[in-house]
Design a protein around this ligand. Structure first.
Ligand code: ZN
Length: 168
């Protein structure tokens, strides 16, 4: 995807409006756990020249599915850059804002999102209740001697074969 190429020769003194949306993924983040783009990305921008600068004002919005940093569940996230502002150096005859807007959107994403922090649809994090109550924890050391408790290995034998979640 690309934003329309801005041709400086076409810009009236009070600027020109560029608005639209695209559905192809401009982010193309490779990792399995990276934010996943949910189309469309919408933009509504006014672009004008000011001496040697290109002033871009308006709004940009995009949706993502992020992965909760605690329970690994997917959660929706909206990036709504409104107002959006960027000032670029006027170089050459044209300007492609695609890379700048892509970067500004990615910078607005949270680094460690959590289910209950979703700004679209907050949910209780699925780690709630996923761990056994404290009374069921297996002590790793004998509290009086500090030596490993023999029961640890017997306790492991009591786990279902194949580990949690393998039963169908
Ligand atoms: Zn979570």
């Amino acid at each position: 995807m690309n934003l329309p190429l801005i041709n400086f020769g076409d810009l009236p003194p009070d600027g020109r409006n560029y608005s639209g949306e695209f559905r192809t993924d401009p982010f193309a983040l490779p990792g399995k756990f990276d934010p996943a783009f949910v189309p469309p990305l919408r933009y509504d921008l006014n672009v004008r020249l000011d001496d040697g600068d290109v002033i871009v004002e308006g709004s940009v919005e995009a949706r993502f599915m992020l992965q909760c940093s605690r329970c690994a569940a997917k959660l929706p996230w909206a990036v709504d850059l409104d107002p959006y502002f960027t000032c670029e150096a006027k170089e050459g005859d044209t300007l492609d804002l695609t890379a700048q807007i892509r970067e500004d959107i990615l910078l607005a994403l949270p680094g460690y999102p959590r289910c209950e922090e979703s700004n679209v649809e907050p949910q209780p994090c699925q780690t709630e209740g996923a761990f056994p109550p404290e009374g069921e924890f297996i002590p790793l050391t004998d509290e009086t001697s500090g030596a490993p408790a023999q029961d640890v290995w017997k306790a492991l034998d009591r786990l279902p074969p194949g580990g949690p979640g393998s039963a169908s």
